[in-house]
Design a binder for this molecule. Structure first.
Ligand code: SAM
Ligand code: SF4
Length: 459
């Protein structure tokens, strides 16, 4: 009897957002039928894919330093007679295509977020043609979701589910409309089928993903166009799916239906990421955000009315060209007024090809750093206050996995905070009411409680 053919090993390094995490999972699912299994270390791999992010300069520069290290590894492996194939995928691949092949001739293939379903063809061609480099950064006619394997490999109780891709908003600082292309929504039936499959594999919580997820407008099974609210209501009816989240939303697309759904669909978690970017209306206009601070305030007010226990997180950019001290102070004022449970904040990073990259009046580095640190201090204080206000509360926690200590489990609160409790592994996948006793760093610690959870916001 001959030994089975040894599996080939692929290592995918994922940069950037949750959409890239989802794409990485789908790439692995595409490669598995070709005999590839995933490995944790590049040293053990026959194939390394960098699934890249182009959103800020730092993110894309990291890719080139990684490619430098991989060139050395590839040479060492070649000396040992073990070929290593290298691919660059994701948004840097989409934006820089040929330039990657010129700057890093060791790369075998470059493909974008819309063509990774063609991996079997790329690999067959690589085997056939040996050393020739391949590039595919089209926006193809076929829909990758029709070609990707139907089955999903999920091991946990939470999963991402991409429902929408691309963006037509064209904020002046952002590369997404160029790297991910025009807005496209998947049909609701395909999303519901994927959700049912995930539920059958033990998933209890899904996070719906899209660059502009609440602009979702897919074809419904009834032939009509469905918005995100309609889709969320249908997903809440899928047996086994108890929690639904979605990210990233644009304030402009937070319509009445969706706000009402937050009040009416218990599965929609009371935690929403809603990027505002700036507290200055002049800067928001220069960013082409298509919303002002009043619209943002109104939406937050309506959300809080519909779902009083809702908490918010947001994204901020400091040091956009021409931002004055007063305009930055308006951002601090808005943050103080709204109150966020957690947030992401960035220094403005000029991106080639975007309209803002040609604007005059850059904010000096030192001023950007000062503003970022002032904003982050405020946001961190708000996060700490929010987390602290959860102590002595009872809240439903979805238990996800064993903790670091024996007998300990870790789960997530409705607000995505990690919660540690003592309990057996039979609780994994269950939503249990936990009494929160303590906050340490960013984690909550508690114990299973018999009392019902409270329907009130922390803070
Ligand atoms: N679609 C989302 C929205 O409209 O807010 C954001 C998607 S983007 C992947 C995530 C965040 O990166 C943005 O909200 C923004 O704060 C930040 N970002 C995007 N481009 C940036 C740039 N050129 N410089 C600094 N931060 C940037
Ligand atoms: Fe980028 Fe978001 Fe603006 Fe679209 S809406 S251009 S993804 S920041």
């Amino acid at each position: 009897m001959t030994d089975p053919k040894p599996a080939k090993r692929v290592h995918i390094k994922t940069y950037g957002c949750q959409m890239n995490v989802y794409d990485t999972e789908r790439m692995l699912e595409t490669l598995r039928p070709l005999g590839y299994e995933s490995c944790d270390s590049q040293d053990d791999a026959d194939f390394v894919i960098l699934n890249t992010c182009h959103i800020r300069e730092k993110a894309s520069e990291k890719v080139y330093s990684e490619l430098g290290r991989l060139r050395v590894l590839r040479e060492e492996k070649a000396q040992d007679g073990k070929p290593l194939m290298l691919a660059v995928a994701g948004c840097v691949a989409q934006a820089e295509g040929e330039e990657i092949l010129n700057r890093a001739p060791q790369v075998d293939m470059v493909f974008g977020p819309q063509t990774y379903h063609r991996l079997p063809e790329f690999l067959a061609k690589a085997e056939r043609d040996g050393g020739s480099q391949q590039i595919d950064v089209d926006f193809p006619i076929e829909d990758k979701f029709d070609v990707l394997p139907r089955d999903r490999d999920v091991g946990g109780v939470t999963a991402f589910l991409t429902i929408q891709e691309g963006c037509d908003k064209f904020c002046t600082f952002c590369v997404v409309p160029y790297t991910r292309g025009a807005e496209q929504s998947r049909p609701a039936a395909a999303i519901l089928e994927e959700a049912r499959l995930l539920a059958s594999k033990g998933v209890r919580e899904i996070t719906l993903l899209g660059q502009n997820v609440n602009a979702y407008h897919g074809e419904g099974p009834d032939g009509r166009e469905w918005g995100l609210a309609r889709l969320a209501r249908a997903l809440a009816d899928v047996d086994g799916i108890d929690r639904i989240r979605y990210t990233t939303s644009h304030p402009r697309d937070m319509d009445r239906d969706l706000i009402d759904a937050h009040g009416e669909v218990p599965a929609l978690m009371p935690f929403l990421h809603l990027p505002v970017q700036s507290g200055s209306d002049r800067i928001l206009a220069a960013m082409n955000r298509r919303h002002d601070t009043d619209l943002f305030r109104r939406i937050v007010g309506e959300l809080r009315e519909a779902r009083p226990d809702i908490a918010l997180s947001s994204d901020f950019i400091v040091g956009f060209p021409g931002e004055t001290d007063l305009e930055f102070a308006e951002t601090l004022k808005l943050v103080t007024e709204i109150g966020f449970a957690s947030s992401f904040s960035f220094r403005y990073s000029p991106r080639p090809g975007t309209p803002a990259a040609t604007l005059a009046d850059p904010v000096p580095d030192a001023v950007q750093s000062e503003r970022l640190s002032a904003l982050q201090q405020l946001l961190e204080a708000q996060q700490e206050a929010f987390n602290r206000s959860c102590v002595d509360r009872t809240m439903p926690v979805l238990m996800e996995k064993p903790g670091r200590k024996p007998g300990q489990l870790v789960g997530r609160s409705p607000y995505l905070q990690p919660v540690h409790i003592d309990g057996g592994s039979e609780l994994i996948g269950q939503i249990v009411n936990c009494r929160i006793d303590a906050l340490r760093s960013y984690s909550l610690f508690g114990q299973i409680s018999d009392s019902p959870s409270e329907e009130r916001n922390c803070a």
